[in-house]
Design a protein around this ligand. Structure first.
Ligand code: CU
Length: 486
């Protein structure tokens, strides 16, 4: 699916969530079987299921009677983007990972049509955890490429259930992305919320390491050892970030249908910056409250709910945290609206902490001298950039803009540009007491650094030649002179 289609879908989901009507639902459906029209046959009215691709969820069920719900799903094997520059041959239910979301009502009869695309290399089937019956429908739905299998089941138990392919080798079919969620709403429905989203974790095993470019084949050995290269939400690194971030407004209630396809890992699902007001743990019937992190077993699910109280970026992670920051298990919920400083103030003050007896501290003590010596100004600037990032950026910020009231700007700094020796002194010996930079008074402390003459020359030459400063070169000789000056 391209970006535009996705954007449309997301936009559609919003308008849908806003009014939640069944009519809107029909418009938003991404699946071909989107007609919500019911026709009467025998005892139960027949309804075509609305199927959606993550992160979208079909609309809440408004019916108060059982129906025969017809689900038509297709298994497709296709190459898609795993991460930027990395491709993978996914096996899918409905053309993406996770598979399409199915929403039915407790007591419904589901007539399931599973078609396997003619171009498939493998037979596939489906084991729905919502099924009471042998294999969850696996044997009944076993389908060769270019065929369709049909079977029926009755949704006896309400809950959120995983479905997955169960064709041998089962682990491989799941590892390639063959899983999704089916929600069986309780007869009375779920409590109303403003937004509903579909988030499903999975672990992937590739021949190449994380980020290694090209089409990456599945690695069985890593899968058996349970050492994934990728742990992701909704099938791909970055599936819910940037312009694909989930959206909510301050004051809205958000429900996440969270699944875990595995095949191996258990997820410690957490949203950085929120507390779940309600979690249906393991997607069971009992609601628990005030949960920070909830476990989602491989082949299991959870329903989590929270009210968005303040604006900002909420970050969904697997709190087995290397998976989030090194393997991809990260997604963004963008919350828009007015601030509420009582609930969250933002940083109010940064004051210097100086334990008793300490004067100007120093940072980077005992660092070894660099091997490289700059041959000219250009090289000095290049080397200085690295030194800046390691020693100065934390306080003076990436573009030398500083932090108001705490760290003065180095960009267009009249203090620095008036006399580079002041900068040299600051870096060599630290700086404290009142100074005025571009009209703002700072009365703070900059620690001395343990950089050698060459490094100080490089970093200050870098600063001097960036962000609107006046240029020129600071040499090691000049630094040495300041070092011995009183
Ligand atoms: Cu399969």
């Amino acid at each position: 699916m391209n970006r535009q289609t996705l954007a449309l879908l997301i936009a559609a989901a919003f308008s849908l969530a806003a009014c939640g009507g069944a009519d809107d639902a029909a418009k938003t459906a991404s699946a071909p079987a989107a007609s919500a029209a019911a026709t009467q046959t025998g005892e139960l009215p027949v309804i075509d299921a609305v199927l959606t691709q993550a992160p979208n969820v079909p609309p809440p069920i408004e019916r108060d009677y059982a129906a025969k719900v017809v689900v038509k799903m297709e298994t497709v094997e296709k190459v898609m983007r795993m991460a930027d520059g990395v491709d993978y041959m996914y096996w899918t239910f409905g053309g993406d990972v996770p598979g399409q979301f199915i929403r039915v009502r407790e007591g419904d009869e589901i007539e399931f049509h599973l078609s396997n695309h003619p171009d498939s290399k493998m037979p596939h089937n489906i084991d729905l955890h919502a099924v009471t019956g042998p294999g969850g429908g696996a044997a009944a739905s076993f389908t060769a490429p270019g065929h369709t299998s049909t079977f029926s089941f009755k949704a006896l138990n309400p809950g959120l259930y995983v479905y997955h392919c169960a064709t041998a080798p089962v682990g491989m079919h799941i590892a390639n992305g063959m899983y999704g969620l089916i929600l069986v709403e309780p007869k009375g429905g779920l409590p109303k919320v403003d937004k509903e989203y579909y988030v499903m974790q999975g672990d992937f095993y590739t021949k190449g390491a994380y980020g290694e470019a090209g089409l990456q084949p599945f690695d069985m050995e890593k899968a058996v050892k349970e050492q994934p290269d990728y742990v992701v939400f909704n099938g791909h690194v970055g599936s819910m970030s940037g312009d694909k971030a989930l959206q909510a407004k301050v004051g809205e209630t958000v429900r996440l249908f969270v699944g875990n396809g595995g095949p191996n890992l258990v997820s410690s699902f957490h949203v950085i910056g929120e507390i779940f007001d309600t979690v249906y743990q393991e997607a069971g019937t009992a609601a628990t409250h005030n949960i920070q992190t909830t476990l989602v077993p491989a082949g299991g699910a959870a329903i989590t709910e929270f009210k968005a109280d303040v604006p900002g970026e909420l970050v969904m992670v697997d709190h087995s945290i290397f998976r989030a920051f090194n393997k991809g298990a990260l997604g963004i919920i963008h919350v828009e609206g007015p601030e509420n400083k009582t609930i969250f103030s933002g940083k109010q003050k940064d004051s210097v902490y100086l334990p008793e007896g300490s004067a100007t501290q120093s940072i980077g003590k005992g660092e070894t001298a660099p091997q490289v010596q700059a041959a000219n100004k250009e090289e000095r600037i290049k080397l200085g950039k690295g030194i800046y990032e390691a020693n100065c950026l934390a306080c003076h910020q990436a573009n030398g803009q500083g932090v108001p009231k705490a760290f003065p700007p180095l960009a267009k700094s009249d203090y620095f540009n008036a006399d580079y020796n002041r900068g040299i002194q600051a870096v060599l010996k630290g700086l404290s007491g009142k100074i005025t930079v571009n009209g703002e008074v700072y009365d703070s402390v900059m620690p001395a650094t343990a950089l050698n003459d060459e490094q100080v020359a490089n970093v200050l030459t870098y600063v001097a030649n960036n962000w609107g400063n006046k240029g020129g070169e600071i040499t090691p000789a000049q630094v040495a002179k300041q070092r011995s000056a009183k």
